[in-house]
Design a binder for this molecule. Structure first.
Ligand SMILES: Nc1nc2c(ncn2[C@@H]2O[C@H](COP(=O)(O)OP(=O)(O)OP(=O)(O)O)[C@@H](O)[C@H]2O)c(=O)[nH]1
Ligand SMILES: [Mg+2]
Length: 429
């Protein structure tokens, strides 16, 4: 499916609408609206203005009050607005009713995020996943307005009109969904074969997670010399990239950079990206990157933790990485954060400040998952000795006796292979 917003020839003019509910303070609403504006800009749109309304609960039919809706609709017509974007997810009926009042395209936060993902997806799997999430979101919202749109764009071709057309539209969307599911299955099987390759078994896996724009890709680049695309836009990264990182202790780690998280991340999207996020679920260690220079750093930590919970990756060993300290001057506040997260490391992925401390912390965190043992290997078992140096971290070696002696940290899944030579378990320090 094509991106919803970027298709137009001129820059799409959008108007944003949010509700200040009883359960939500004006301050929360302002943050959320600012973020919505950032999202719209990231999608390539031109934000013309925004409006909010204070209500106890959303109005069933039109989300905001009908009077207010008409008032906004007039403003929008005057300002030649193409699209109105609501800060919360609209029900299919609400979208339809609002379309009638405004006479233009209505999107909600979810479809906006989906649109950005659609523009950014590069890999086959990424593209399929996002199309699936978009279609699943669109299906119940498919109106004549949409049918009309897709025909204009030469999308889903239509015969007839009215309800018949809509039915055909729906059936086609459903057919496409089934087809994508089949294709995704094939792509995923291929990927899991690659992932279970040699390296994955050999080395522990650390995943970089964090709010969108926190600096995850910049960190991967800084640590591994990779050249992953990093930029000011939200959701610059969609497809996971994995690189090997060799720690100063000579230990190898596989480091994965992946898609950023956001508040109110559409549930369908999390579902669709679950396979991509498997790296996070399987990781031995998480690096949770936080943009300390962002006024909502705290809320972003909470949002990231909520997504980790949702994908089943909560409770993993985690290093909090306080990034962008080059832009952050409030040392008192930083110290407060350190108090709450004792193993946190402050860094600047941009200038490289703090990177050595981060590497040391990664080494420390990964150490307990390897057993520290003493081995006694006859000299003629040269293959075993070579293998030990390949997969373990050898701390001490002594070739002088009848047998060669080693002190080494061994990943748990190699225990069986070296068990015949292990003479004692050593205390991990
Ligand atoms: N000042 C400063 N800017 C940084 C730092 N780290 C990253 N940035 C900037 O922050 C922006 C986002 O960085 P990315 O690395 O793309 O962030 P990300 O977390 O990968 O973002 P998504 O992939 O979009 O979720 C870029 O403009 C970076 O140059 C830092 O330590 N200091
Ligand atoms: Mg990125």
């Amino acid at each position: 499916m094509k991106a919803l917003i970027s298709n137009n020839k001129r820059t799409e003019r959008v108007f944003l609408i949010g509700l200040e509910l009883k359960s939500r303070s004006a301050f929360d609403l302002r943050d959320s609206m600012d973020e919505l504006s950032e999202l719209a800009t990231s999608a390539g749109a031109d934000v013309i203005g925004d409006g909010t309304q204070k209500l106890d609960t959303p109005v069933a039919g039109t989300f905001i009050g009908t009077g207010k809706a008409k008032e906004f609709a007039n403003d929008c017509r005057e300002q030649d607005v193409d699209t109105v974007i609501f800060d919360d997810e609209l029900s299919p009926a609400q979208s339809r009713n609002l379309e009638e009042v405004f006479g233009c395209k209505i999107l909600d936060r979810t479809s906006l995020i989906l649109d950005i993902f659609a523009q950014r997806a590069r890999s086959k799997e990424g593209k399929l996943q996002i199309e699936l999430a978009q279609l699943q979101h669109l299906l119940p919202r498919l109106t004549r307005f949409w049918g009309h749109l897709s025909r204009q764009k030469g999308g889903i071709g239509m015969r007839g009109d009215g309800e018949t057309q809509l039915e055909t539209d729906r059936r086609r969307v459903q057919d496409r969904i089934s087809k994508i599911l089949g294709e995704l299955d094939i792509v995923r099987r291929q990927r899991s074969t690659q992932r279970n390759g040699r390296q994955r078994k050999l080395w522990p896996l650390a995943s970089i997670v964090g709010y969108t724009n926190a600096g995850k890709s910049t960190l991967l680049n800084a640590l591994t010399g990779a050249s992953v695309f990093a930029e000011e836009k939200m959701f610059a990264t969609l497809d996971p990239t994995t690189r090997r990182l060799r720690l100063p202790t000579n230990q190898n780690v596989l480091l994965t950079d992946t898609v950023g998280f956001i508040r109110k991340l559409p549930h369908g999207l999390v579902e669709a990206f679950k396979a991509t996020l498997e790296e996070v679920v399987e990781a031995d260690l998480l690096l949770h990157v936080v943009d300390m220079s962002h006024p909502q750093a705290e809320e972003q930590i909470v949002a990231v933790n909520a997504v980790l919970e949702e994908i089943g990756a909560a409770g993993k060993p985690t290093i909090m990485v306080f990034n962008k300290i080059d832009r952050f001057e409030n040392q008192d506040l930083l110290n407060k954060f350190y108090e709450r997260f004792p193993h946190a490391v402050g860094i600047s992925a941009k200038t490289g400040a703090g990177i050595p401390s981060l590497l040391a912390e990664i080494g420390t965190q990964l150490r307990p998952i390897r057993e520290f043992v003493e081995l006694d290997v006859p000299h003629h078992h040269s293959a075993t000795i070579a293998r030990l140096h390949e997969v373990a971290q050898v701390i001490e070696r002594n070739y002088e006796g009848v047998n060669a002696r080693f002190k080494a940290r061994i990943p748990p899944h190699f225990h069986a292979e070296f068990a015949p030579f292990i003479v004692q378990e050593l205390q991990t320090v």
